[in-house]
Design a protein around this ligand. Sequence first.
Ligand code: NAP
Length: 335
Amino acid sequence: MTIRVGIIGTGLIGEDHGRKLVNVINGSAVSAVTDVNIARAQEVATLLGGARVFDNGLDLIASDDVDAVLVTSIGPTHAAYALACIAAGKPVMVEKPLAPTVEECERILAAEVAAGKRLVIVGYMRRYDAGYKQVKGALEAGTIGDALVLHNVHRNATVGEAYTSFMTMTDSMIHEVDTTRWLLGEEITAVQVVPPKRTPLAFPHLQDPQFAIFTTETGILSTVEFFANCQYGYDVRCELVGSLGTSSMTNPGLSATIASGQLTERVPADWRERFGAAYTAELQAWITGLQHGQIVGPSAWEGYAATKVVEVGVEAVKTGARMEIAYVEKPALYR
Ligand code: NAP
């Protein structure tokens, strides 16, 4: 059975995911697209071999030609589309964040609970990255003992002037929030943000780098160094320190060259290159699950929890204080 996907938002990642759904993923087709920029939607529809172009997302969701929906429009539009998919009983993958506010995420949780079944997944693709999976595997196998400290590095070559010190939390460290929760299997209960000395190579309004400390339920510390203008490439990795050893990952290059006494390895240019394989694995898991009547991927609860942490995290950026995080009770649907 081919799953016919409708894509809402044909920007950078909407086009990327669309190409994978058409050319790489087994069992999927792209039957419909839409974007507020209709010319852009038309262009992507042609690139994807002639998907139908809808004037708006709600008509796309209602279409009989759409079995499942991929929401890759800008964050503030996510909640309305996710809620419409739940009302229509259609599976939906929402790119991160599930929604930018906790209030919207709670409405999505309530709608799914009222519907009595899971339909929503959120695009936290690092869960499908080979390196992160190996670190989690070392913890689960008991090889490194009890988890004590997780160190995360998240570096980006450069960012534009529109990027702010709060986006370090809402757009970037939100990935480490999800990685921390998933890798350690615990909720984050407190966050503190400590600003290091600033690089001279960032726009003056931006605190760069930014350093966060997340504390989990059992007291594991997860540190994040986020550096938006590191200049040299895209560098994302972690090291998990346990009571018996550590497990760490490299920023995987595709090849290395040894010559003239030097070992050189390519650093990925950006997130598309670094996590290309993870996006493919994430989409394949979603589509294969749908073919078997299952919803496979991070749940709306995972999306809610990540948004909750970064909402408090933004306050932590403002105050510098250690801020506690309290969640709503986890509905049985997500246990
Ligand atoms: P983008 O290139 O700006 O694309 C977003 C598209 O959505 C634009 O074409 C935009 O049109 C369109 N849009 C705006 N409002 C809309 C609406 N109401 N209905 C339909 N389309 C609408 O952004 P992007 O980089 O692809 O990011 C899209 C989403 O993916 C964001 O939530 C982002 O956080 C997420 N993302 C996740 C990852 C990851 O690693 N998982 C990586 C990148 C992006 P206009 O440009 O005309 O406004």
